[in-house]
Design a protein around this ligand. Sequence first.
Ligand code: AMP
Ligand code: ZN
Length: 496
Amino acid sequence: MELKLYNSLTRQKEVFKPQDPKRVTMYNCGPTVYSYAHIGNARAAVVADVLFRVLRHIYGEDHVVYARNITDVDDKIIESAKEQGVDISVITEKYARIYNEDLAALNCLMPTHQPKATDNIGGMIAIIEKLIADDYAYASDGHVFFDVSKYDDYGKLSGNTLEALRGGDRVGEGEVTRKKNAHDFVLWKPELDGVGWDAPFGFGRPGWHIECSAMAKESLGETIDIHCGGVDLKFPHHENEIAQSECAHGKTMANYWVHNEFLNMGSEKMSKSLGNIKLISDLVKDWDGEVIRLALLKAHYRSELIWTEELLRQSKAQLDGWYREKKSIVVVEKPNRTSLFEIFHSDFPRAILNPLLNDLATPLWLAEFSGLKEHRALARQQLKDYEDYPEYHDMPKYDRYLIDTYFVEGLNVLGLLQKTPEEWFKGDTSDEEELEIDRLVRQRDAEKDKAIAAKKSGDKTAMGAHFKRSDEIRDQLKNMGIVLEDGPDGTTWRRA
Ligand code: AMP
Ligand code: ZN
């Protein structure tokens, strides 16, 4: 199986070749945890999750290592902690927990590693020391800066080379600055409100970019296979990650860069600063997490996605249809011998994955998947035909369910259809009635049991009362058009 990915670094679609198929590595820039995450942030996480799932499918679950960091030191966090008079960890632990809960509701798998910036300060200091020693960085007035003029490849990811940047530069010559060049960026800065760590270049805290360089190296190694994130991170964040890591380690930082486009409200990017955000934690109150997830996957990750209520409604209807289909599905263990049926349909898992293998084309996949419903009907008919021939009679029974298994597995790859139909339809009006009927039937059984127990203990009054109540419930059900059938495993019911 060959996965093609659009690599932002080379600006073309490429066949993905991991350094080691037994240990495929991916890194995703995680949240800065000082408040709730919005659905735009969720898009970045869900896209990375789909990539993680597809890679696991291709290389095996134990052969993909995914790190998504937690940025738990930052000016906004420090300000917020100061306002509330608490330690920064009170803020960061709360919002990191909420972030993970939000994403779990959207069926995102937990990454293999979730490194925290504050646990990796030593690694950041080590990289900064190396950069200073090799003359890529310099200390100035309690700060350490990366000297962009020392790195020839600066701008290779975003196109913002120093030449391009200088063209549009209005940072005047006369500006008083601690920096040698206007575009030098900070690796280390002095403490803020007492938050800092001891370092050879002074008590202070790391710049944002160096955090990811250190955490990616620590969790995955000096060269990683895939680095993901939203397009807004391409510059300066990712460009600066590359500069630091490549100058410190003398190696390519990431072979493939995968960037998701924005989620928009109307024509504007959803962002806190524009005040047009929808929080994940609010949306999951009104919509099942799978509905939100499907809505996020309806556009290709490199296209903008306009967020609307209608998108959510459509996604809900589509999932309802699939769950109705799932009701008739029995998933069984894949037999470990290759059966005739399996050979006949061995192209199915492939067909399911194909659009995803082409740069994670989720819209195409969703279209193909709708077609699978017809395939299911067809395959069942074919199977029935086979069964009419004696030579196929010794086929193991479970083979007929393979096609159903593929249906479910196909949706598994996208992290959808993870519930039982019963869980899914709970709360729907038609199912509410069924639940009420079940409840009454169980209540009637309980009344009958109590009457029998009362009879055994000789309490005739109680016996009479419980039988009377059980009859009343039976009549109530009869009026609802429900017929009860007493059987060895208790009472079952059907509509008259
Ligand atoms: P932040 O917490 O702002 O650093 O964002 C976390 C992740 O969400 C990053 O990968 C961002 O690129 C991504 N992101 C932020 N806003 C949006 C948006 N409106 N649409 C898509 N991705 C976004
Ligand atoms: Zn990052």
